[in-house]
Design a protein around this ligand. Sequence first.
Ligand code: MEV
Length: 461
Amino acid sequence: MLVPLIIGLNIVSLYFSNQSFMDKPVVGFSKLSKSKKIDWIVATYFDDRASAEQIIKQYWNSDEKLQQLHDEFIENTITNYYLPLGVAPNFVINDRPYTIPMAIEESSVVAAASKAAKYWAERGGFTAEVVSTTKIGQVHFMYQGSKDSLKRFFEILKPRLFSETASITQGMQRRGGGILDIQLVDKTEALENYYQLHATFETLDAMGANFINSCLEQFAKTLKDQALRFDGFSDSEKHIEVVMSILSNFVPNCLVRAEVRCKVEELSDNDIPDARHFAEKFVQAVRIAQIEPFRAVTHNKGIMNGIDAVVLATGNDFRAVEAGIHAYAAKSGAYTSLTHAEIENGIFRFWIEIPLAVGTVGGLTSLHPLVKLSLEMLGKPTAKELMKIIAVAGLAQNFAALKSLTTTGIQEGHMKMHLLNMLNQLNATNDEKAKMTEHFKSHAISHHAVESALNDLRMKA
Ligand code: MEV
């Protein structure tokens, strides 16, 4: 009896110590082994511990090296979180064919991108150009004293900011990039005593976050050290307080443009019997998104369906891209559409302009096997080429959404793509799925309709 009693007490004490987690935080969690972390999670949060543990472990990769690679991407990894990686073929960008990899969970996105790609391939394809590639970083600091003294100090400081970052920048500079310029910016009208070192960078094929942040932290150090030694400052002026040094994810000068155009009459297809009417309605839909923020947010969300999926598949930082693009959409002071459309001299033109700071070297790009695969599928693009591909994916997605919205409505296509999800929720077998897919080719899809058609099928079996 003693052994089961001891085990029982251990479980009870673990259980009670975990209960008290609500009052006091768990200590040293990150130092636990992966299996101990799972034990703790499972014991703390799950009634059916065996099933929770089984689900966590079901997603482990049987290749231990590959699993370890994923474990080491972040802290406290307990398992892998899968998203489907789909492909949208038939894109033509600047006369070159592409199949675009997309990592996304939303049922209709890849299908919509593929449809738009094929539609525009038959009408000359997409064109895209990179407008600019400059990135930004800032050292935010507080200074109380004479503005003229600070300006004089900055003139002396500036060459040192370059020379003291030479060891960080030499590799990038050899390849043609580096620090482009550093400015002293007076922000004291907006916030008392607040100034910036505002620096611009060219990071070539790297997204450049680590490069920029390393330069900025060195700038901050040089700024503080040199201020202490500057004779032109009074004793109190010498003590500059650096608040923080960080890149900006707002990159309005790292800009890409993508476009489609054709004669209005060439827009016709099965869903578009009247090309002129379609073109006019489409342009109105874009204009609505330009002046109505409630619509603009949904309009741009559809664009981000395409953009995020490619950004994720190529191992880039979709949170940075999202933040930068939405800030750009609001740059006039009102949140507005990222795309534009017009009809001029019988030509329909539809285009997008977005800031995009992405990389094709560094970060996950050489580590994650699926990212490497995605980049190879895209012909190992430079960062500039990837900017064009991503902008095109966003434009294609918006075209597909607006084409559906202004013609058939989106639910028909969405529900068709969602049918398999609903059938999976209802635990349909493969045979049932095939029969239901056939059935719903000629019936309207809703959750209720799918449930009752599946019930009928099961009753008949
Ligand atoms: C759904 O994910 C995206 C759409 O709502 C975009 C739009 O309305 O333009 C279809």
